[in-house]
Design a protein around this ligand. Sequence first.
Ligand code: PGD
Length: 830
Amino acid sequence: MSDTNLSRRSALKTIGALAALPLFMQTELFSSQNASKGFTLITNGEVITAAHWGVLKLSIKDGKIVDSKPLSKTSDIKNPLQDYTAELVYAKDRIKYPYVRKSYLQNPDDPKRELRGADEWVRVEYKDAIKLIAKELKKTRKERGADGIFAGSYGWKSSGNVQNSRILLHRFMNLSGGFVGSLGDYSTGASQIIMPHVVGSIEVYEQQTSWPLILEHSDVVVIWGANPIATLRIAWTVSDEQGFKYFEELKKSGKKLIFIDPVKNETCQYLNAQWIAPNPNTDVAMMLGMMYELYKTNSYSKEFLENYTTGFDKFLPYLLGDSDKTPKTPEWAAKICGVDAKTIKTLAHTFYDNKTMIMSGWGMQRAHHGEQPHWALVTLCSMLGQIGTKGGGFGLSYHYSNGGVPTAKAGIVGGISSGTSTGGTGQSWLQKSAQFAFPVARIAEALLNPGKTIDHNGKKITYPDIDFVYWVGGNPFVHHQDTNTLVKAWKKPRTVVVNEIYWTPTARMADIVMPTTTSYERDDISMLGDYSNLGIAPMKQAVKPVGESKDDFEIFTDLAKEFDIEKEYTEGKTALEWIEQFYTAAYEQAKKMQLAELNGVEMKPFKEFWTENKPVYFMPTQESEAYVRFADFIEDPILNPLGTPSGLIEIYSETIEKMKYDDCHAHATWFEPIEWLGMKDKPAQFHMITSHPTDRLHSQLNNVSLRDKYAVAGREPIWINPKDAKAKGIKDGDLVRVFNARGQILAGAVLTDDVKEGVVKLSEGAWYDPANPKEDNTICKNGSANVLTIDIPTSKLANGNISHTLLVNIEVYKEKAPELSIFKHPDLKA
Ligand code: PGD
């Protein structure tokens, strides 16, 4: 029996075991807001729900959540994020009521914007807050038109297909008269623009060659700049958690595992892989060195280049140095990336001589000229000639949302949309808002420079003059680069409204704050597994909302009433009726399929599904277990061309050539980043990596006691190599100041050989906690990485963020350690 069959059997076994879980017992019942709709909240018992971090079983006692556990166990890799639901719901820093900033309430036309983040808060009645938002929104629309209103509102929000805060905001804004939106995202800003030019699809959010094939066919697995053991704790919808199981099997497989990253992270440690540590932001040079070696030793696939790519001949003069007098030899690369030439050569041959799957993360493209690394990787893999084979090639999503887990045949649950199915007054605005949109990570520049025109992927975009900002489900004062510039930019609009669960740094920078429920205080539904569709998870309300918090659907429905568009907004349905509609559509879809196609899984009608309160699990198909990314194209590139102009992999892009950008040429190129270790006259000493955190989802969960397990000196930990630390007189556990020309933060020193000399690592997502909000460039007491990052675009092509390109200095903090304020309530006037 093949490994594939084995792992298919084990997958089916796991899913079978899940399906056989006993029904949860509902005990005491009491009337609640849903009782009138035929459903009830329980005061004692268990509720099954779901979050980005998996399907959860909550224990309820006397109407309160007392325990939270994963519903089932899919591997031995623990996911601690699943244990903190009660703390999330009853957090000290919950926003329980609507609040308005004092100066804004006194005079919304002259709201003393400079006091944002430093003013007092006044509690108001919910209905008054709704009226105030509606009045000021109408005023701005009248004065400035739709382009005066920004609702791009980026963020990871909570899971759930109905309470999708950003979509709900867009739906309201579309129907009520339009808004300025945003393009792209912070995760893959550079790659999602470059990859369509190279391989004809965005690639970063595509299903990967299936894991069973990797386990059966790959000889070498390379993890290049990724940390799946941390990032697979979460998924965009609800994590199916199957990726962990496959990494467990990979660890046991005996395959050669290579890990390329300046930081020896949890994944390298877990897999016990060979660690190769290039300098940050120099992967392109290293890849070029490998390509040079392959070319010079005639160890590359001419057949692949001829049949499946275009432009290698135009790339070659650059590789060989004929066009710029710099041959990209391994020795040349070694000087830049800090990995010796011999290792570069050995790696190149190891990849060529073996069936090699290169799994790359996205951190390398969140860097200056971030368009280049994945383009160079595709060029390298084209030379290796293994793209589209079982177990070979590259994959850009094995570290994200369980990519590579085979897809199930399933009924698919839809979600609420930003338009309406019945049309409605705002439909034309869908077009218009897209017209006004600008790249998401250019928000601070856009606020500060109305009327400025920028290049973007061959087009020109002019920033609108924004005077009203509405943000939901995101935390820009933690996620956006160069916080101190954002603080200045944020003072530009007259009005800022934020719907939030907690007093986050972003909520504190608003004028009007609307208290929002957690997903455990409202009903919702979600698919399980972004790529796998392994199930449908009910997200049943577990407890009553805290304080006067409302779900986003209710807040926007109430706002819609003020604009006489309630009917269009809700389409006459409650949130629960939307859930029923989406589930029933999936049920009907499944009913049309043969039972055999669904591996015998029968969906139940909505009422039964909802009352039983347990997920439906689907089975992966044999076809999906045999899925090979790019296989169709490789089988017949004429019949199955890629979506590029040539239909082939574009090693050289004439489309990009025509753009004539100085910072993104027509083939993968090594560009020096604006700050890096190899630069002359370095403005600071260490390159800081701001990777995704292990024990949070970005900024989510920074306010629960899980933080106590990783905080050092009460702050965000910073990894520093012991040799670097010694030179600076820093000891393990010291409180340190990390600083550069853009700002300063406090952090706790962790001395470890798991970070390359000259490099420090501090994860993004610690809540920005300004020591003195009234002071420019004040120190952040908690250690938010983005106080130090640079807010310039990757290039004119993609305008992605460059959050991994920065140098910092570090020293022992000798003054009295200031107390944190960010996890407490701000000063509130009752
Ligand atoms: P989250 O912490 O998930 O971060 O940035 P993002 O803003 O997505 O923020 C979500 C917020 O939504 C939280 O404050 C949460 O309380 C709130 N929320 C949750 N559910 C609801 C809801 O139902 N309704 C409402 N109204 N609010 C809700 C993440 C972003 O950071 C991303 S995606 C990436 S990839 C970037 N990565 C980096 C990086 O690698 N390095 C740096 N330096 N910076 C980055 N920033 C980016």
